[in-house]
Write a protein that binds this ligand. Structure first.
Ligand code: SF4
Length: 360
C-alpha cells in the first residue's frame, strides 16, 4: 500500500480563528509532531497584499487573512491550515466568509500549495473530534489514539490560556505563557478612574494593526479595559438571555454576550463596539446592544475600521468618548456628594401650621 505523505510543518495564518483557538491548534499539532509556522504579525504590507486579491467590498479581516496566507507562501510553506468553521453549536453559525474561507482562498490565490481544510459543523453533527481527525488525516496521520492524545493536549494548553485570561492576565501574556507551558494569575483587579468594555471579534481586537492598538491606547488614558476574554461562556449566554435576546451568530458571545454582561452588571462606564466596515453580523449585534444601552442610559461608541482608517481620526474619537465618560462620571459624583436639602420646616403662625421650604 502506498504510504501517505506526512507533513512535518504546517503554516497557520495569524488571523481569524487563530485569535481564539491558537493555544488549542498549537497543542494539537505539537502533540502530533507537526511544527507550526505562523505568518508574521499584521502590517500595512499584509493588508495591501490581501487587498490585491479580493474584491474591494470584502471586509478587512478577510483581506488580512488573505495577506497572511500570501505571507506563509512567501516563507516557503507548502501546507497551510485553513479550516472551514461552519457552526460552533447546533444552528449557531459563522458568517459566510468564515464558513467559506477555503473556497475564498482557492479562488483568489493562484499558487501551488496544499490546503489542510477540515470542517467544523455542529449543526450537521461534525464536531471537534471529527474536525481534528480530518486535520490529522490530511497531514498523513491516521492513528486514533495519537489523535485523541493530541486533542487532549490541545485542550490542556487552551484551558491554561483560558484560566489565565479569566483571572485578568492580558491576551498576549496569556497566549505566550500557555504556549511556553507556564501558568500565571493576576489576583489584584486594578482600579482605574474609568472602565469600558470593548465588544469585538478577537481577530479585530487582538490584532494590533487592525485595532490600531485600541486596548493600549485606552490603557494609556488610564482606562480599565474589559473584553470577551474576561467573561466566561456561561456568563455571556446568561447575559444574552437576560437581555431578552437569542444567540444566532457564532461570535455572538464575544460581542452581544460580552457587552450584555457588563451592561447588566453596570460594571463599566461605557461600551466601545469595534467592527469591520461592511460586516453584516456585527451591524446587527451592535444595533441590538445600542438599543439596550439607550434604554439603560449606558454610553456607547461604534468604531468601524477598514484598510483606510487613519490613526489620527481614530484617536480623536476615542479621546472624545473618554472625555465624555469622565465628565459624566464627575457630574454623577458631584450630584451624589451635594449636601442633602434640609427637611422642610413647620412654623406656627397665628396657630395655623404653614409648611415652608427649607431651601430659599
Ligand atoms: S463576521 Fe464580519 S468581519 Fe468577520 S469575517 Fe464575517 S463579515 Fe468579516
Amino acid at each position: 500500500m502506498e504510504k501517505k505523505f506526512q507533513y512535518t510543518k504546517i503554516g497557520i495564518p495569524r488571523a481569524i480563528s487563530y485569535y481564539n483557538n491558537y493555544p488549542f491548534y498549537y497543542g494539537f499539532f505539537n502533540s502530533l509532531g507537526i511544527e507550526v509556522v505562523l505568518s508574521d504579525k499584521t502590517t500595512t504590507k499584509t493588508i495591501n497584499e490581501g487587498t490585491k486579491y479580493v474584491v474591494s467590498d470584502t471586509c478587512l479581516p478577510i483581506k488580512v487573512y488573505v495577506g497572511h496566507v500570501v505571507n506563509l507562501l512567501d516563507k516557503g510553506c507548502d501546507a497551510i491550515f485553513i479550516p472551514s468553521l461552519q457552526s460552533t453549536d447546533y444552528k449557531i453559525n459563522n458568517c459566510s466568509k468564515i464558513r467559506g474561507l477555503p473556497e475564498i482562498i482557492r479562488n483568489v490565490i493562484d499558487r501551488e500549495f496544499t490546503m489542510i481544510e477540515p470542517t467544523l459543523d455542529k449543526t450537521e453533527n461534525i464536531g471537534l473530534y471529527d474536525f481534528c481527525t480530518q486535520t490529522a488525516n490530511a497531514c498523513g496521520i491516521d492513528d486514533k489514539k495519537q489523535i485523541k492524545t493530541a486533542i487532549e493536549n490541545g485542550f490542556e494548553i487552551y484551558n491554561n490560556f483560558f484560566k489565565m485570561t479569566q483571572s485578568g492576565v492580558s491576551y498576549n501574556e496569556a497566549l505566550e505563557n500557555s504556549i511556553n507551558g507556564k501558568f500565571i494569575t493576576r489576583s489584584v483587579d486594578i482600579v482605574k478612574p474609568l472602565s469600558v468594555v470593548i465588544m469585538g471579534h478577537g481577530y479585530n481586537l487582538f490584532d494590533e494593526r487592525i485595532s490600531l492598538n485600541l486596548i493600549k491606547k485606552l490603557e494609556k488614558m488610564d482606562v480599565k479595559v474589559y473584553t470577551s476574554i474576561n467573561v466566561s461562556r456561561e456568563s455571556s449566554l446568561n447575559a444574552i438571555e437576560n437581555l431578552g435576546e437569542i444567540q444566532y451568530w457564532a461570535n455572538e458571545l464575544e460581542l452581544t454576550g460580552t457587552a450584555a454582561h457588563f451592561l447588566l452588571n453596570k460594571k463599566v462606564d461605557g461600551i466601545i463596539a469595534l467592527s469591520a466596515f461592511g460586516c453584516g453580523p456585527d451591524s446587527l449585534m451592535v444595533d441590538e446592544i445600542a438599543y439596550h444601552c439607550k434604554e439603560r442610559n449606558m454610553p456607547l461608541i461604534h468604531l468601524t475600521i477598514d484598510e483606510h482608517t487613519g490613526e489620527a481620526g481614530f484617536i480623536t474619537r476615542i479621546e472624545a468618548f473618554v472625555d465624555m465618560l469622565m465628565r459624566k462620571k464627575r457630574s454623577l459624583i458631584s450630584k451624589k456628594s451635594k449636601p442633602a436639602a434640609k427637611p422642610a420646616e413647620i412654623v406656627t403662625l397665628n396657630k395655623e401650621k404653614i409648611l415652608t421650604s427649607a431651601v430659599k
